[in-house]
Design a protein around this ligand. Structure first.
Ligand code: G1P
Length: 273
């Protein structure tokens, strides 16, 4: 039912400079696979094979990655290296990729609104590639897609974070419906510790209903003078139309150097198994 997944990928990745000076941060590899490829694999597992990517200047490597490389494939055909392209070939065969450019960086909400032209009027997933998630049984997006079939409203993935970290995230307050599932009553983008409504932080996985675009069009810039998806979601939440889901699995904050190193060690150890 959910067919499309939006990847906001226009940000600069300043925390990784100089590595991200000429290379998109989404192309930084965890071991041998770019961050965004992990994300597309997660979307495909959830049944979302229409991949919509909001890019910006200097992001062309992403388009090249999800395209055939005839010369390279010809070069390694019949050798044991061919296997290394098997995963990306599968994604290219099974997904369609479309792109639009965000001309100015005006926040995550603005990036999502820029993607409207690729999404249209249907519910869709949003995946922030620098939150790398390893689901326990299924990927986080698939867990959320299942929940969507039950609730038919917007869903945000959340996890508990230490109080000292709440200022880095959108934070929710909700009424518990089932273990790990809450109806959101309030949400605040990057609150000070004293103002945080809880320690349940939003991580980079969303299912959004398409009315979010109409709300985003009217959402004024908020925290950091940027249009925040958290503020637009609060409008839906006031009508009882947002669920927060404590996913089963582990998340690595690959937007920070510490989380990136942790993810690298984790996935490298798995390869050695
Ligand atoms: C964005 C959202 C924030 C969310 C976070 C998850 O912030 O605005 O609500 O908690 O992603 O990674 P950013 O990390 O882009 O500043």
């Amino acid at each position: 039912m959910l067919k499309k997944c939006l990847f906001p990928a226009a940000g600069y990745g300043t925390r990784f400079l100089p590595a991200t000076k000429a290379m998109p941060k989404e192309m930084l590899p965890i071991v041998n696979k770019p961050l965004i490829q992990y994300g597309v694999e997660e979307a495909l597992e959830a049944g979302m094979d229409r991949i919509a990517i909001v890019t910006g200047r200097g992001k062309r490597a992403i388009e090249d990655h999800f395209d055939i490389s005839y010369e390279l494939e010809h070069q390694i055909r019949g050798t044991d290296k061919e296997e290394r392209l098997a995963d990306i070939r599968r994604l290219i065969d099974e997904c369609t990729f479309s792109y639009t450019r965000q001309l100015e960086m005006r926040g995550l909400g603005h990036a999502i609104l820029t993607g409207e032209t690729l999404i249209g009027r249907e519910p869709f997933g949003v995946l922030l590639a620098d939150d790398l998630c390893e689901g326990e049984d299924h990927g986080v997006l698939k867990q959320m897609a299942r929940l969507y079939e039950q609730y038919h409203c917007s869903i945000v993935a959340v996890e508990e974070v230490p109080e000292t970290e709440v200022h880095k995230y959108g934070v929710i307050r909700g009424d518990r419906l089932e273990p790990g599932i809450h109806r959101v009553r309030d949400m605040v983008e990057k609150p000070a510790r004293e103002q945080a409504p809880s320690n349940l932080a939003i991580i980079g996985r969303y299912i959004l209903t398409p009315d979010i675009f109409d709300i985003l069009r009217k959402t004024p810039p908020g925290k950091g003078d940027e249009v925040q998806i958290t503020d637009a979601l609060l409008e839906q939440a006031k009508a009882g139309n947002v669920i927060a889901y404590q996913f089963r699995g582990q998340r690595f904050d690959c937007g920070s150097v510490g989380g990136f190193v942790e993810a690298t060690q984790h996935f490298h150890a798995q390869m050695d198994d």
